[in-house]
Design a protein around this ligand. Structure first.
Ligand SMILES: [Zn+2]
Length: 279
């Protein structure tokens, strides 16, 4: 047999096998979601949420129901790994899933499609970063952190910080929302403070408002007390992440202090959290 024809046959068989595997996995996921969507969300889980997810009691009924479904999907589809002696149980999974799914509860986002694994430490942990100190020389620095997001499909979090943030509102601090916002940011390529917005007019509006607000924030031409954490001045990606924390944790104040940011976030997330606290 001609060598080229043999190569084409091998390649075709391989392509068909890969395609079949992708279709099989998609069908499996779709069937599992259908099954889970018909299950009743356990009362015990609602009690966990009521006690440990402070915003839960303010959510409108329809949003709560959508969140229950997404939490179930998330828990079944993502891997959880405990580190530093932490043993993962259902409470860990529910609290992480609830906070992670809140930003996407009313959007088309398919449950952070590039994210596979959530690694949990009991508390803050040390990370090692290699940075270029000079040409051909790498310097290693060590930091204590509460969370990190990697575009390769992993999020690392400190559980005690996660739980504290989840249990308390009005701090404008939520490490889970922060790190998952970085995942949303990375879904369309670079982590640059611009998440995937497919409508051209909405994208233009986001870019214009975000650029202006970020520049003002860096120049410190903002309120004496600002609901947006100072860490946001590091770069546009961090600015987007801390604005998202404020959007869900202190929406009324964000709306008052930064109405334009609130407005574009409201359109992007398709949610109006300030109204949950007014009602
Ligand atoms: Zn960050």
């Amino acid at each position: 047999m001609n060598h080229d024809i043999l190569l084409i046959i091998i390649f075709s068989v391989f392509a068909v096998l890969i395609l079949s595997l992708i279709i099989f996995l998609m069908m499996k996921k779709s069937l599992l979601r259908k099954k889970l969507a018909n299950c009743i969300f356990p009362e015990k889980w609602k009690i966990f949420l009521f006690k440990n997810f402070a915003i839960y009691q303010y959510l409108p009924k329809d949003i709560k129901e959508k969140l229950h479904k997404k939490i179930s999907f998330f828990i079944h589809e993502k891997n959880f790994e405990g580190c530093g002696g932490l043993k993962i149980d259902v409470l860990h999974k529910i609290i992480i899933a609830a906070n992670a799914c809140l930003p996407i509860v009313n959007s088309e986002n398919d449950l952070y499609p590039y994210l596979q694994t959530i690694i949990l430490y009991p508390g803050v942990y040390k990370n090692n970063n290699l940075t270029a100190a000079s040409e051909n020389v790498l310097s290693e620095s060590e930091h204590v952190v509460a969370g990190e997001s990697f575009s390769a499909g992993t999020i690392v979090l400190a559980w005690d910080v996660c739980l504290n943030d989840s249990q308390n509102l009005n701090t404008a601090s939520n490490v889970i929302i922060h790190e998952f916002t970085h995942q949303l940011d990375a879904e369309n390529g670079p982590t640059d403070g611009i998440p995937a917005i497919f409508n051209r007019a909405k994208l233009n509006e986001w870019e214009q408002i975000f650029r202006e607000e970020f520049a003002n924030f860096r120049l410190k031409s903002f309120h004496k007390y600002d609901v947006i954490d100072q860490y946001g001045s590091v770069n546009a990606a961090e600015f987007y992440a801390v604005c998202s924390e404020a959007f869900f944790d202190m929406p009324l104040l964000l709306e008052k202090q930064h109405p334009q940011i609130y407005n574009v976030f409201q359109k992007f997330y398709n949610l109006d959290p300030a109204s949950w606290f007014r009602n």
